[in-house]
Unconditional design. Structure first.
Length: 74
């Protein structure tokens, strides 16, 4: 299931890059990893900031089946 890791030293947001990669057809399980992000987003739209080298900054591309019965809580 796990794909390749795409690594960056610095990004705006791992979420944004993962979304772009997914739209270009990246496989499920592809990880976008960064050493630092300038405009990270946490839960509920809150900003996510951390000094460089202090956090694991990664977004995985997942492609859940469209027929999930509990998709509202994904």
């Amino acid at each position: 299931m796990w794909g390749r890791a795409i690594r960056y030293a610095e990004v705006t947001s791992t979420n944004d890059l993962a979304r772009d990669q997914a739209r270009r057809g990246a496989r499920e399980g592809t990880a976008v990893v960064a050493g630092y992000q300038l405009a990270g987003r946490g839960r509920r739209g809150k900003a996510w900031t951390a000094p460089a080298g202090t956090s694991l900054l990664v977004t995985y591309i997942l492609r859940p089946p469209a027929h999930l019965t509990h998709s509202a809580w994904l």
